[in-house]
Design a binder for this molecule. Structure first.
Ligand code: DUC
Ligand code: ZN
Ligand code: ZN
Ligand code: ZN
Length: 484
């Protein structure tokens, strides 16, 4: 049984052209004019693009004393309703827990996914067991990326010594380290100071995590990666200082990537000064939303290529969960949703405004991350032989974003009331129509794990750091007598 997507305009990261796409057994088998097939999808007036890949989601994540509200069922339904056909979640071992045991739990949770998925493995503690298990994670479990939290002191945070050891191990294994870059020690100190001053509301969350703590940590992570001779991926890049650090590193020849979130691109710090506590708390995430200067820097980075990916960090908490932080902003679970809205919001605020081109849109929502994670062209491409993960995107379709009818389990939407133009007409996952006419057509468990091979061992050549090699051991005639 073949499917043909007919009458659309194909948009990839580098080409825009009119052609039909023919699919069989989950793969693209032909691209060209006047194709025929058993099932025909009308794409007239639409752009046919690689399905979105969101490399940063937390579904059913154990965090801050609770679990994020969207699981692999509702979370991946939100993904496909928004034109995203693959998500990458973070497997989080508890301190002291075996990475492989944690992975079993994540495999189990993800068995409900409606679209394809993969995992990053988080390094939440360090020891010989972690060092050993990293190899099995890469070689036997198809995971080539490791996440490091430089914040969340006392729970997820790792220190510089641990990061250097883990980054060095990544270099040996052909894996990519990721960082959540915020200086966790300074954040903790600022949080305490604000609480002591009686500032306990959601606005204080933003004061406790200024751009400086992100800029400092980003710079530090880049230097550590360079010395460990490994590329680096910086998640949720939200400010000018972090962007500048990444841009400088790239200019110097380092392979460093930056990932702004759709939330930081489109919402600003004024969200936290809303009189309604719930409104502000629902938007508490780390890093927090920032002012226009930072937003302009992120947009510039996307069009200039110094920032490569737009993600969501989808980590959704209900209003009831957020309210556990009334009286102490440190207890508001950090995280916001966005999976269903990433593509329409980026199209509306990026492509429709002329800030990025359609081809750049495809690059930053799909193709670039497929290359960075070493799954291109299986994913992120419209090529013969690639997986038929596609979105038929109607640039004329519009709606006003609302929590009513959304796939997410949340009782609100942080983009509520925002008009968007540009919506998926069809979403296809490995050739199967999983979303059409506003309805989900997939089943729990349709998604498959996407294995990611290690990178070729090119890391050493990438480092700009020149190790000082010691000359032959200096012979000394003896210990000088003390002069006193
Ligand atoms: N930031 C969030 O807001 N939520 C999940 C974890 C993170 O780093
Ligand atoms: Zn983070
Ligand atoms: Zn995250
Ligand atoms: Zn379901």
């Amino acid at each position: 049984m073949t499917t043909v997507i007919k009458g659309g305009t194909i948009v990839t990261a580098d080409l825009t052209y009119k052609a039909d796409v023919k699919i069989d057994a989950g793969k693209i088998i032909e691209i060209g004019p006047n194709l025929a097939g058993d099932t025909v999808l009308d794409a007239s007036g639409c752009y046919v693009m690689p399905g979105g890949i969101d490399p940063h989601v937390h579904l059913e994540m154990p965090f801050m004393g609770t679990y994020s509200a969207d699981d692999f069922d509702s979370g991946t339904r939100a993904a496909i309703a928004g034109g995203t056909t693959m998500v990458v979640d973070f497997c989080l071992p508890e301190p002291g827990q075996s990475l492989l045991d944690a992975l079993k739990r994540w495999d189990n949770k993800a068995s409900r996914a409606h679209c394809d998925y993969s995992f990053h493995m988080a390094i939440t503690w360090w020891g010989e067991q972690v060092f050993d298990e990293m190899k099995a994670v890469v070689r036997n479990h198809g995971i080539n990326s490791f996440k490091h939290f430089m914040a969340y002191k006392g729970s997820l945070m790792v220190n510089d010594e641990e990061m250097f050891a883990s980054f060095s191990r990544c270099s040996e294994l052909g894996a990519l380290p990721l960082v959540h870059a915020e200086n966790g020690d300074i954040v903790a100190a600022l949080q305490q100071k604000l609480m002591d001053e009686g500032l306990d509301g959601p606005e204080a969350h933003a004061y406790s995590r200024p751009a400086e703590v992100e800029g400092e940590a980003t710079n530090r992570a880049i230097i550590i990666a360079d010395m460990a001779k490994v590329p680096l991926y910086v998640v949720h890049t939200s400010c000018e200082q972090a962007h500048e650090a990444i841009r400088r590193a790239r200019q110097a020849g380092m392979r460093v990537y930056g990932e702004p979130l759709i939330q930081h691109l489109t919402l600003d710090e004024s969200e936290y000064s809303n009189k309604d506590w719930d409104h502000s708390a629902r938007r508490v995430m780390s890093p927090p939303f920032r002012d226009k200067r930072h937003q302009d820097s992120l947009w510039a980075g996307l069009s200039a290529g110094s920032l490569q990916v737009v993600a969501t960090d989808h980590c959704a908490f209900t209003t009831a969960q957020k309210r556990t932080g009334i009286g102490d902003f440190r207890k508001i679970p950090n995280g916001t949703g966005g999976l269903e809205d990433r593509l329409p919001m980026l199209w509306t605020h990026g492509v429709a405004t002329g800030r990025i081109t359609m081809n750049e849109f495809v690059a930053v929502t799909s193709t670039n991350i497929a290359k960075i994670l070493n799954i291109y062209p299986q994913k992120g491409a419209i090529l013969v032989g690639a997986d038929a993960d596609l979105v038929v995107f109607d640039p004329q379709a519009s709606k006003v974003i609302s929590a009513n009818g959304q796939q997410s389990a949340l009782d609100y939407n942080i983009f509520e009331g925002q008009p968007v133009s540009g919506l998926p007409r069809y979403t296809l996952s490995r050739g199967k129509i999983v979303y059409a006419d506003g309805k989900i057509r997939s089943n729990e468990g349709d998604g498959q794990f996407v294995s990611r091979a290690p990178f070729p061992a090119t890391a050493k050549a990438l480092s700009t750091w020149k190790e000082l090699t010691a000359p032959a051991k200096v012979e000394r005639s003896g210990i000088p007598a003390s002069g006193v």
